[in-house]
Ligand binder design. Structure first.
Ligand code: FUC
Length: 795
């Protein structure tokens, strides 16, 4: 029996109509989905390989607990675990804002409005850029394990099990089977490695460490290796942090002995290795922590705990999040191949299960790189082996950083947004100084990059960094978290941050001398420009994306104020200001205009910034604004499909909003291909950038469920949404399948089953007691469920 059929059977038994007890039903539905009726080896959520990663970092397998990251190479003779700690960045707390910048603002504006954008951009570059371009995320180093005499091995397999969050390497030498298990525990705050063999006394190896950082490695006791170092200065910001990584080797049987900077284990039965790492980072404005004391405390807490207990609690902590969603897109024989081979087979053949694996891998990566209390996932999540990583492995806020969090709410990982929310509160602090120094504006501003120290100034060059709207995009995430959770205490907590951003744009926007609209100036449409009579500078006024973002900031801040019953005069001001923003416009080729004037050319630029209104925003929908949806489609067709990993990830989501499942599937074929997906399934910009993984994951969710469209008769601040089922299903390619546990705005959990390309059944559990309307194609069903009530729909 196929797993979807089993789910259908279970759901039918729960009787149609309203049912209480959402959580027990969830368990049943989930366990029903888990049983495919296939041999177990075929249905595990596992990345697996018959070769080691060797020297290829992008073939190594990532583990992480949000703070500590490990890349597991699985090499038999010389295994490598490359290590990261999410606060090990260059520099120290600093304010790179330039107080004299504001003196040039009027002049730059005048040049833009007079049509001399080249001069405006030059002035901005010369006088208004931040003092440096942000700090870099770096690496702790690597742990190496050398196993002499293991060259002639057989039966090699390495894997990463997404369901348990445990990586494993297995092989045999001389008739003895060896297993290494690796995981990063959020409970014990350790990376843990266990080496076993099926014959006693067979484990012998030497452990050593290496790092490109400024650090020393010593064997600080017979079974402890300690790497201690300092972070690096960068672009004029001094180093200021110390860090320590400590590796403890616990053997059962055999001996353990220390050299100067290595430890040798001989003839052990079993070995457990525990790895702790910490820096002196406390917060973006405090680096007074003591890494050695932190590691002492970590090991002290771990000392009485057994490996079995650590493993069990790690797995439970992971599964509490991971198992909320299960997905079945269909299964074919192609799914039996190793993970690296499946990448190409996906485009060429039929392996829908690989898309399911990609989806769940995205959820795994978010759990591993962003947990409450950690830093948010950066351009590489938390995994980086380089001293000078691409784009500093910072946070790029003109698409990439936000994309990392697109799957969080819809794939039922809402609490993992905490680092994003906290860091937004923090950039609102540093961004207040930047708003005042650079533009003499109230509120707070952030441009196109941020870093550990909550950088908010314009960086790199005016044509990239001269974009004052990055902070506004973050506000959408704060608001969406409320739409999914309905948590008004949370809303009250983030409201000052929303209001601060709204205030900045009220102060920054000016009336356009020609059109009379309220516009941003200076600004850019992220990383893109146009030629006009005066040249090809990118700096301009009132880009479409800016107006869309600010429309959301002002509207959503106004709704938040209404819900919280505060700031009545501000509410009025925001409503009036929204009316003055430039409308979206359709250009001469039927495209959505990227700029105020119809100057777009049909190029294939990777950024599709003006389509923010279609996704992630809800300003363009096929139902309410079909003419803009058509214009967005024309733009997408002009831009073409193939691009960088994240650009493909964005287009996946955009085409789901246009409800074209077949086109979405074509995009997935490009994204999941070896050109855009490394052997370890990390997204390839190229180079590695994790946003494409997260964009692809949210896109697959949006194929199956969307909830951005508001019910027709709602008040502005009411949480009442249309839950659109299978809005962009490639019905011929994925004719049969199911998904459980997706989340919808307004507080719902949704399970969906389909067969012959058609919805057969959906179960909707209300978590907050809001109204909603179910929609499948042209059919609708309005519901008024109480909290914890469920409804089963068979349209
Ligand atoms: C923006 C993009 C690049 C890259 C970088 C991190 O600059 O245009 O493609 O993703 O961010």
């Amino acid at each position: 029996m196929k797993k979807s059929a089993i789910l259908a059977a279970i759901l039918v038994c729960t009787c149609l109509g309203l049912t209480e007890g959402a959580s027990s039903q969830r368990k049943e539905a989930t366990s029903g989905l888990k049983d495919h009726g296939l041999p177990k080896s075929n249905r595990d959520l596992v990345l697996w390989y018959d070769e080691a990663a060797d020297q290829d970092w992008s073939a190594a397998l990532p583990i992480g607990n949000g703070r500590l990251g490990g890349m597991i190479f699985g090499n038999v003779v010389k295994d490598r675990i490359q290590l990261n700690e999410d606060t090990l960045w260059t520099g120290q707390p600093n304010d790179p804002s330039r107080p004299e910048a504001k003196e040039y603002l009027d002049k730059v504006r005048d040049e833009i409005f007079n049509g001399d954008r080249d001069t405006a951009q030059q002035l901005y570059n010369d006088h208004m850029m931040g003092k440096h371009s942000g700090m870099m995320y770096q690496t702790v180093g690597s742990l190496y394990l050398n196993f002499p005499g293991h060259d002639a091995f057989t039966g090699y397999r390495r894997q990463l099990d997404l369901d348990t969050a445990v990586a494993k390497t297995q092989y045999s030498v001389g008739g003895i089977a060896y297993t290494r298990e690796y995981f990063a525990s959020p409970v014990d705050q350790l990376i843990i490695l266990r080496i076993t063999a099926d014959k006693k006394g067979s484990i012998s190896f030497t452990a050593s460490m290496d790092t490109p950082m400024t650090a020393t490695v010593t064997a600080s006791s017979p079974n402890v290796l300690t790497l201690s170092g300092v972070n690096n200065a960068h672009e004029g910001v001094d180093a200021g942090m110390t860090y320590e990584c400590r590796v403890k080797i616990l053997n059962q049987g055999g001996t353990v002995n220390a050299g100067d900077d290595s430890i040798t284990v001989r003839d052990a039965d079993t070995v457990t290795i525990q790895i702790a790492a910490a820096t002196s980072f406390v917060s973006f404005d405090d680096i007074s922590g003591d890494p050695a004391a932190r590691n002492d405390a970590t090991f002290k807490a771990a000392a009485p705990r057994t490996y079995a207990k650590m493993l069990a609690e790690h797995t439970a902590a992971h599964q509490k999040l991971f198992r909320r969603v299960s997905i079945d897109l269909g299964y074919t024989e192609n799914a039996k191949a190793t993970t690296d081979l499946r990448r190409n087979a996906f485009a060429a053949g039929n392996d829908p299960d690989f898309a399911a694996l990609y989806f769940q891998y995205g959820r795994y990566l978010l759990i591993a790189s962003s947990r409450p209390g950690t830093q948010p996932a950066n351009l590489q999540g938390i995994w980086n082996d380089q001293m000078n990583p691409p784009w500093d492995s910072k946070y790029t806020t003109n698409i990439n950083y936000e994309m990392n969090y697109w799957p969080a709410e819809v794939t039922n990982l809402s609490e993992l947004t905490e680092p994003f929310i906290t860091s937004t509160k923090e950039v609102a602090v540093t961004g207040t100084a930047t708003a005042r120094n650079h533009y003499d504006c109230g509120g707070w501003v952030m441009h196109h990059n941020t870093d550990l120290w909550r950088l908010t100034v314009p960086v790199d060059a005016a044509q990239y960094g001269g974009w004052p709207t990055g902070g506004g995009w973050l506000i959408l995430h704060l608001w969406e978290h409320y739409l999914y959770t309905g948590d008004t205490a949370y809303l009250a907590e983030v409201y000052p941050v929303m209001k601060g951003s709204a205030q900045f744009f009220l102060d920054y926007c000016v009336e356009h001398p020609t059109y009379g609209w309220l516009v941003t100036a200076p600004t850019v449409s992220p990383e893109h420009g146009y030629q006009d009579a005066t040249g090809g500078a990118w700096m301009t006024a009132g880009t479409t994306m800016d107006s869309q973002i600010i429309r959301d900031v002002w509207n959503n801040t106004c709704k938040a104020a209404e819900i919280l019953d505060v700031d009545k005069p501000l509410q009025k001001q925001l409503i009036a200001s929204v009316e003055k923003l430039p409308p979206m416009q359709i250009g001469k080729r039927g495209q959505l205009q990227e700029w105020l004037e119809d100057v777009d050319v049909a190029d294939n630029h990777r950024h599709v910034s003006h389509l923010y209104g279609l996704y992630p925003s809800d300003q363009i929908t096929v139902e309410d604004t079909p003419e803009f949806a058509d214009a967005a489609k024309t733009t997408l067709i002009e831009r073409g499909d193939l691009s960088t990993g994240w650009s493909l990830g964005w287009k996946v989501n955009l085409w789901t909003r246009l409800k074209d499942g077949d086109h979405v599937y074509d995009l997935l074929k490009l994204l999941l291909h070896s050109d855009r997906t490394y052997p370890n399934m990390f997204d390839a910009h190229p180079p590695f950038q994790i946003d494409g993984n997260f964009g692809g994951t949210s896109g697959i969710a949006e194929m199956l469920l969307q909830s951005h469209h508001r019910m027709p008769d709602t008040k502005p601040a009411e949480l009442a949404f249309v839950i659109d089922l299978l809005p962009a299903l490639p019905d011929k390619t994925w004719p049969e399948g199911s998904v459980t546990g997706l989340r919808a705005r307004g507080g719902f959990e949704v399970d969906i089953v389909w067969k012959d390309g058609k919805l057969t059944q959906a179960v909707i559990r209300s978590l907050q007691g809001n109204r909603c309307q179910l929609r499948y194609g042209q059919q609708t069903k309005s519901l008024n469920l109480k909290k914890n009530q469920s409804y089963t729909w068979q349209p």
